[in-house]
Design a protein around this ligand. Structure first.
Ligand SMILES: Cc1cc2nc3c(=O)[nH]c(=O)nc-3n(C[C@H](O)[C@H](O)[C@H](O)COP(=O)(O)O)c2cc1C
Length: 174
């Protein structure tokens, strides 16, 4: 299965990156093809709501920025993993910009599964991200939930956490 992971953390050696790495390694071991896009290293602007994509553009976004590299990966992906630090009870702004730009594709054609990875400072801060994941991805895009993973405080980067992520990646079925 083709898996696309959008990592919304700007910290290359941060907590989200560690969870993403473990999950991606497990999935690769199980024979899946994994692409990780660090959206913070990209220039991805917010959606302009110009509706070019739904009119003249026929599914193409008018904005010629780095999201143009992500669109083909989204079109090929069978599974989308959203990974983010929690900022103000939701995804990072950079990840939110990339998510909003999926609008151009309506539903990426091959996409059928999803998972959510979150890192935060404290507990009980996930409901904003989970609401968006459940309503926009599981329900609206009709994706099957392959799991939600969250870590906060000292649990971030713990061996137990990273083993759990690696196992979850390893256990992904086609
Ligand atoms: C702008 C900003 C907003 C944050 N907002 C929250 C928050 O609302 N709740 C929380 O528990 N942690 C919050 N944090 C802490 C991060 O979620 C936490 O440090 C996380 O582990 C960072 O992940 P990273 O190492 O992958 O970047 C915030 C951090 C930043 C920089």
């Amino acid at each position: 299965m083709n898996i696309l992971i959008l990592n919304g953390s700007p910290r290359p050696n941060g907590n989200t990156a560690a969870m993403v790495k473990a999950y991606a390694e497990g999935a690769a071991e199980a024979g899946h093809t994994v692409h990780v896009v660090d959206v913070c290293k990209k220039k991805i602007s917010g959606c302009l709501a110009c509706e070019y994509c739904h009119t003249k553009g026929k599914g193409k976004c008018v904005q010629q920025d780095d999201m143009q590299e992500v669109y083909p990966l989204l079109e090929d992906a069978e599974m989308l993993v959203l990974a983010s630090p929690i900022y103000y009870h939701n995804f990072s702004g950079q990840l939110q910009c990339a998510i909003n730009r999926i609008y151009a594709l309506d539903k990426p054609k091959k996409l059928r599964k999803a998972a959510l990875i979150m890192s935060s400072g404290s507990d009980l801060v996930y409901s904003g991200a989970i609401f968006e994941y459940q309503n926009s991805f599981l329900q609206y895009l009709n994706l099957q939930d392959c799991g939600m993973f969250a870590a906060y405080g000292e649990n971030n980067k713990s061996e137990e956490l990273l083993n759990r992520l690696k196992d979850a990646g390893r256990n992904l079925k086609d």
